[in-house]
Design a protein around this ligand. Structure first.
Ligand code: GLU
Length: 467
C-alpha cells in the first residue's frame, strides 16, 4: 500500500510551491489507490501559528486535495519523539550536549577564521559518564564522520554526500522540543510513509534523515525531490514575482480546478494535452512524466487556463461561485438574494469572455444594477440626434411585443433597419450604449432577453431623455 504525505510547516499561507507538492502527493496516492496524509509540522513554536494551520487547511480544501488521514500535528506528538530520543541516547546513538550557545558561537567564529568546517566539533560526543553531560542540555545525534551517504532519488538519481560534512545535529533542544530532521523521520516511520515526495530544498536534509532511519532500525522510504518553481527571471518563485499564496488566487477570481491544472503542468506533462479533468490527472499521473528541471511560473498561461475552465463550467455552478465577487464589487449587497436561475442565464452570455471570476462579476453589473452610467465617449458617439428616432421606434415596438425573446427582438430590429435602409450597427450600437453604458457586450438580442422587458424599456427611455 502506497502511503504519502504533505507535511507543511505552518509558518505562512499555503503557497504555490507547497500546493504543487501536495498535489503531486495527492495524485500519486490516488493513481496507486494509496493513502494521502496531511501532517502539520509545527514544532517551531516561535514561527508556527494556528491561523496559518487554518489557512493551509482552507487552501487544501479549496483545491479539493482531500486527505485520507490527519491533519496530524507534531505538537501533539512530543511524547512520541521524546521516547525515541531516549531510546537513541540509551543505545549510545545520541548524546547530551552542554555547550552553551555562546560557546558554540565562539567556536564557530574560530573555525571560520581558520577556514575549518563550521560544524559542531564533537566536544560532548564522548563525555558519557562525565558528570553534568548527562540528562541536561540539548541532545545531538551521532552522525557518521567518514564514508559517504547515497540518496537514491526518484527524480535526481543517485546523489552522493560526504559524511564528514554532516553535523552532529540537535534532535532535541535544551527546552525539550524536538527538531525537524528528527520528527520528520519519526513521523514518516510511524505513519508508514512509503514515498517521501517534497521540494528539492530538502535534498540536503535527506542524508541526515537516512542516518536517523538507520539508527532507529527502520527501512528507508523512497524519495522524490521535486525541482523548485521559478519566476520569469529564473530565480526561485517568491513574492517579488507576484502573488504566491493559493488563496490570493481565489480572491483574484481563479477557479480551483484551473489552478490545479496549471500547477500539475508545472513539471508534469502528458503528451501535448493542456486541459485535464481531475479524473484524467489521477489516471495519467506518474513520476516518469515529471520533468527534472525547474519549471517557470507563467501567469499568462494560468489566466488562459482559467478562461478555458470558465468557458466549460456549468453556468449554474458559476452563479454560485460568483456571489462573493459580486459582493466585493459592490454589485449586490452582502446577503442580498438573487434569482440564481436568472443569474446563470446572464452568465451564459458572458462566460466566453471572462478570464477570471472578478471579470465575470464586473461584466454582470449592467444586468443586475437598477441603473447604469454611460461611458462618456460612447454616449457622445451613439446617443445623439441621429439615433434618437430609431431608439424611439424600438421602444414603441418593444412595448407592444408579446414575444420578448432574442428571436422576437431580432425581428423587431430587422424591421426597423429595413424600413430606414440603415445598417444593423446604426441601431444596435446606440441600444448597446443605452443598455450597458458601453460599446461592448455579448449579442444585443441575448442581452435584452436576459435583462427583461421592463428594464429594457426603462433604459431606452433614459437614453431618449438623455439625448
Ligand atoms: N515541513 C517541511 C516544510 O514545510 C516539509 C518537510 C518534508 O516534506 O519532509 O518545508
Amino acid at each position: 500500500m502506497i502511503r504519502v504525505r504533505f507535511a507543511p510547516s505552518p509558518t505562512g499561507h499555503l503557497h504555490i510551491g507547497g500546493a504543487r507538492t501536495a498535489l503531486f502527493n495527492y495524485l500519486f496516492a490516488r493513481n496507486n489507490n494509496g493513502k494521502f496524509i496531511l501532517r502539520i509540522e509545527d514544532t517551531d513554536r516561535t514561527r508556527s501559528t494556528d491561523e496559518y494551520i487554518e489557512a493551509i487547511i482552507e487552501g487544501m480544501k479549496w483545491l479539493k486535495l482531500e486527505w485520507d488521514e490527519g491533519p496530524f500535528r507534531q505538537t501533539d506528538r512530543f511524547d512520541v519523539y521524546k521516547s525515541y530520543v531516549e531510546k537513541l541516547v540509551k543505545e549510545g546513538k545520541a548524546y547530551h550536549c552542554c555547550c552553551s550557545p555562546e560557546e558554540l558561537e565562539q567556536r564557530r567564529k574560530e573555525a571560520m577564521a581558520q577556514g575549518k568546517p563550521q560544524k559542531y566539533d564533537g566536544r560532548c560526543r564522548n563525555k558519557e559518564g562525565v558528570e553534568g553531560a548527562r540528562g541536561q542540555g540539548a541532545v545531538r545525534f551521532k552522525m557518521p564522520q567518514e564514508g559517504q551517504t547515497i540518496v537514491d532519488d526518484m527524480m535526481r538519481g543517485k546523489v552522493v554526500f560526504e559524511n564528514d560534512q554532516l553535523d552532529d545535529l540537535i534532535i532535541m533542544r535544551s527546552d525539550g522540543t524536538p527538531t525537524y530532521n528528527f520528527t520528520v523521520v519519526v513521523d514518516d516511520v510511524d505513519m508508514k510513509i512509503t514515498h517521501v515526495i517534497r521540494g528539492d530544498d530538502h535534498l540536503n536534509n535527506t542524508p541526515k534523515q537516512i542516518h536517523i532511519y538507520k539508527a532507529l532500525g527502520y527501512e528507508i522510504p523512497l524519495f522524490a525531490h521535486l525541482p523548485m518553481i521559478l519566476g520569469a527571471d529564473k530565480t526561485r518563485l517568491s513574492k517579488r514575482h507576484g502573488a504566491t499564496s493559493v488563496m490570493a488566487y481565489k480572491e483574484m477570481g481563479y477557479l480551483p480546478d484551473a489552478l490545479v491544472n496549471y500547477l500539475v503542468r508545472l513539471g508534469w506533462s502528458y503528451g501535448d494535452q493542456e486541459v485535464f479533468t481531475r479524473e484524467e490527472l489521477i489516471r495519467h499521473f506518474s513520476f516518469e512524466n515529471v520533468g527534472k528541471s525547474s519549471a517557470v511560473f507563467n501567469p499568462e498561461k494560468l489566466i488562459w487556463l482559467n478562461s478555458q475552465y470558465i468557458i466549460k463550467s456549468n453556468p449554474e455552478e458559476l452563479a454560485e461561485m460568483v456571489m462573493p465577487f459580486l459582493e466585493n464589487a459592490g454589485i449586490i449587497q452582502k446577503g442580498q438574494g438573487i434569482d440564481k436561475q436568472w443569474l446563470s442565464k446572464a452568465i451564459k452570455t458572458l462566460q466566453e469572455r471572462a478570464k477570471t471570476m472578478v471579470e465575470l462579476a464586473t461584466s454582470l453589473r449592467y444586468y443586475i444594477a437598477e441603473d447604469i452610467e454611460y461611458n462618456e465617449k460612447a454616449k457622445a458617439k451613439f446617443l445623439n440626434e441621429k439615433s434618437l428616432p430609431y431608439l424611439k421606434e424600438l421602444k414603441e415596438s418593444i412595448e407592444s411585443l408579446s414575444d420578448f425573446s432574442a428571436h422576437g427582438l431580432e425581428n423587431i430590429f430587422k424591421a426597423i433597419v429595413e424600413k430606414h435602409g440603415i445598417k444593423l450597427g446604426a441601431l444596435a450600437q446606440p441600444v448597446r450604449v443605452a443598455i450597458t453604458g458601453g460599446t461592448e457586450s455579448p449579442g444585443i438580442f441575448e442581452v435584452l432577453e436576459v435583462l427583461g422587458k421592463e428594464k429594457t424599456i426603462k433604459r431606452l427611455e433614459k437614453a431618449i431623455k438623455a439625448i
